[in-house]
Design a protein around this ligand. Sequence first.
Ligand code: C2O
Ligand code: CU
Ligand code: CU
Length: 446
Amino acid sequence: MDVRGTFPGPTIESRRGRPVTVTHRNELPVPTVVHLHGGRTPAASDGYPTDLVLPRGWAAPATPHGSGHGSGHGSGHGSGHGMHDPRAVVTEVTRDYTFPLDQRPTLLWYHDHRMDFTAPAIWRGLAGLHLVRDDAEEALGLPAGPRELPLMIADRAFAADGALAYPALDPALRERPGVREPYLAGALGDVILVNGAPWPVHEVDAARYRLRVLNASNARHYELEAVGDDGRRLDLVQVGADQGLLAAPVTHRLLPIAPAERYDLIVDFSGVPVGGRVRLLNRLGSGRTRDVMAFRVARKAADGSRVPATLSTDLPDWRRSDAVRVRDFAFRTGHLHSGRGWLIGGLPFDPARTDVTARLGDVEVWRLIADVHHPVHLHLVGFRVLSRSGRPPLPHDAGLKDTVSLRPGEAVEIITRFDGYRGRYLFHCHNAEHEDMGMMANLEIT
Ligand code: C2O
Ligand code: CU
Ligand code: CU
């Protein structure tokens, strides 16, 4: 398959429990790492940031700070971390990633996870979708086939010649990580892409559709609404979260979505007159970034789909009393060796330091505290949201998540069981610029 230059990357569709091996071949001038976000994946295939796939003949850049652990993030100097992680498993040109996919069916996505350079790599297009399906979900009768639309939403900025514009300190992405000072909080674009196209208009039948929405933006938050020509809002009926189906549908008029979050939504266009339009808007945007995409209702059509009142019965119901431990993590800005950056528990990421050791099978409660917005993501496991600043979770916190949006000043409690595999994993902020500038930590499952 020739997929040179496609964005998003090819969509992969898998069956639950049927392992898939994906061979990635690096023909770029810089190292890459592939991570399947939301995948329950053995550590060797999880895309740890120093498990680089090097280009042919890659000469590692000189590291100004010698061994440099914990240094060199932010607006400062190159770190060369990848060269100083004794546990890194580096390959040349290709690497096979094997995914058991023994997990609830859902929309996953794969993206670059290279040490210090994840944000510009995703911005330049190293991201794609991976759907996991199973018989039980298909038996529900949700809209399917052409009425199921995966929507990867991502903002980008372009130069006058159409090239992608990213404020990298080192545009070659070789030595000096980080972004120019005004972008430390995250890189925002002024063009909204859906599946790689700017503000697309999609023709639909007057029927129910299943929209599988991913926010693949580096730093932009959205608050989605679907608005008809008459100004009326259509319901966004949520049937699934990051980690698969909810127990029962949850109806939203407005739906916040942070970087890396996914929502599985049913929208019913049957009440929209033929020729009418429904716009998907971002209430947090301004000017052109208020628009995301539009649907044009082209024809009346029969609709045999259903949205059952019970969607799933296999959601874990971990209780506080199951937890063997409660941990606290503060996600805050702070000083790094060479400038300003983003810290977890006061520390910038260091591949050589184990931040959390959790026992396989243990249930834990984590309390995540934010200064500004931070979408926090755990590798390997799904979790449930227990509370937000002492109050019950929000309607869109339903189901099993792998990324939770911490709002400014908020303390969010999550509960999970460390199931799956032993090994070295990560948790981090999924604002990609924060992630590159220190806001990541190691999670060792033993
Ligand atoms: Cu989307 Cu560490 O991942
Ligand atoms: Cu992930
Ligand atoms: Cu952050």
